[in-house]
Design a protein around this ligand. Structure first.
Ligand code: 5AD
Ligand code: SF4
Length: 436
């Protein structure tokens, strides 16, 4: 979602004369679009700010006072920390949250004006009542595989998570706005669309007929659009799986047979403590329903190890669940206490060395499963959407339906087409084969 937001920020600033640059030293404005989900991500913001401060200082020391760098912190750290950021890093000019970035041009105009040679500071962490989506411009460019935000925010309040506080309450965009944006993305070259939301399958926006549409219903409508080759959605919550969505997995061929469905833990006791509102048996039941709807479906998940009070037996239960499901891939994290969340003040915090060893054990298992899953592809013919240059000259890179990377000899004339590749090798992180 930060990638999507970042693209939109660039789109917003383009009419005001700003273009993207890869080199911080070239920039008039540097925006850090930040993440608050774990402490590590937050630390990164402050170390990146330190680096930008040096660039800003060097420019000042060189006497270039007309182009002093404006530094902004956007995203969820901006939302959560607000003014505290300018206290810790006084050289930061602007702080804003994920719900107010549509006001970037106005904020920037305010900061650009100097009063007695000094820039004003702008802090905007409001949750506006009018959706920011109504104020976002259309993009001029799109990757072949494009993101489209359809839902934002979260009302679930898992006890470890800051998202409900930083992204705010659940909001679903109307289907018309989503379909219009999808049509535009297809017109400018997208072939694959990934629908985004913190609880994307909790989508319940106004439909074209005025009734409330579910994500399943929306996917059926998207599948009608000319030129669209693949649909994905992320991230889902088990509680929001629904009949129309199972049916879409059964009926809509271009809905990819791959689902990221975070479970966080394989222990009912921990799921309950996390306030996930479902147990392991219910999760397994959802997986079974999805497999019935689309037998070739692959799964991915998120796991947290070392949640407060997690015992060795709870951890073993997580390993058992992973073994039971056989994930195509999965992400796993050490529990990170986040300010303002109920879990952060529990007295039963797990020591870091135990978290580290549990994480290593889980990741070893996940890596083995991923390699196995990739090796299962050997001898199969998979459709691959090539969309970018490979690491070596003369190579292109694409993705299978299961998000595995495939490298092939070729050039950009292959981009945007679904090509059939006979898979010869399955590695830990990629596949290779021959084009048919
Ligand atoms: N500590 C560790 N991991 C977390 N996640 C969310 N909050 C925390 C936290 N406090 C993980 C969850 C979620 C993913 C996006 O980040 O696994 O699904
Ligand atoms: Fe965070 Fe997802 Fe739980 Fe919402 S459902 S609180 S975003 S982990």
């Amino acid at each position: 979602m930060n990638v999507y937001d970042g693209q939109k920020m660039a789109d917003l600033l383009k009419p005001h004369g700003y273009a993207l640059t890869e080199i911080p030293d070239d920039a008039d404005v540097a925006i850090l679009n930040t993440c608050h989900i774990r402490e590590k991500a937050e630390h990164k913001v402050f170390s990146d700010l330190g680096r930008l401060q040096v660039v800003k200082k060097n420019r000042k020391d060189s006497g270039d006072n007309d182009h002093d760098m404006i530094i902004a912190v956007g995203g969820c750290v901006g939302q959560a920390e607000g003014e505290e950021i300018t206290r810790q890093a006084p050289y930061v000019n602007m702080v804003f949250g994920p719900q107010s970035y549509h006001r970037l041009p106005e904020m920037l105009a305010q900061v650009e004006q100097k009063v007695k040679g000094k820039r004003r500071k702008v802090i905007d962490t409001e949750f506006p009542t009018i959706s920011k989506f109504d104020s976002l411009p259309k993009s001029d460019e799109t990757p072949i595989s494009a993101f489209l935000s359809i839902q934002e925010g979260c009302d679930k309040f898992c006890h470890f998570c800051v998202v409900p506080y930083t992204r705010g309450a659940e909001y679903s965009r109307p289907a018309k706005a989503i379909l219009d944006e999808a049509k535009h993305l297809l017109k400018i070259g997208a072939k694959e669309i990934t629908l985004l939301g913190q609880n994307v399958n909790g989508y319940h926006g106004q439909g074209l007929d005025g009734s409330e549409w579910s994500l399943g219903r929306l996917i059926y409508a998207l599948a009608e659009l000319d030129g669209l080759k693949r649909i994905r959605y992320t991230t889902s919550h088990p509680l929001d799986m629904h009949e129309e969505l199972y049916n879409a997995h059964r009926d809509v061929e271009m809905l990819m047979p791959f689902l990221h469905l975070p479970v966080q833990s394989g222990s009912d006791r921990i799921l309950d403590a996390m306030n996930r509102k479902h147990n392991v048996a219910e999760y397994l039941n959802i997986i079974e329903k999805l497999r019935n709807a689309r037998p070739d479906i692959g799964f991915s998940s998120d796991f947290i190890v070392g949640y407060p009070g997690e015992t060795t037996a709870d951890h073993q239960a997580t390993l058992e669940l992973v073994k039971n499901i056989g994930y195509a891939q999965a992400y796993s994290f050490k529990y990170s206490p986040r300010p303002g969340t109920p879990a952060s003040i529990l007295q039963t915090q797990v020591p870091d060395d135990i978290k580290s060893s549990r994480l290593a054990e889980l990741q070893d298992l996940i890596n083995i499963q991923q390699l196995k899953f990739n090796q299962l592809m050997i001898g199969r013919t998979l459709e691959v959407l090539f969309d970018r240059d490979g690491k070596l000259p003369g190579q292109v890179l694409g993705k299978t339906p299961y998000m595995q990377s495939v490298t092939l000899d070729g050039d950009s004339s292959l981009f945007g087409n679904l090509l059939r590749v006979n898979i010869k090798h399955g590695h830990g992180n990629s596949l290779s084969g021959e084009r048919i």
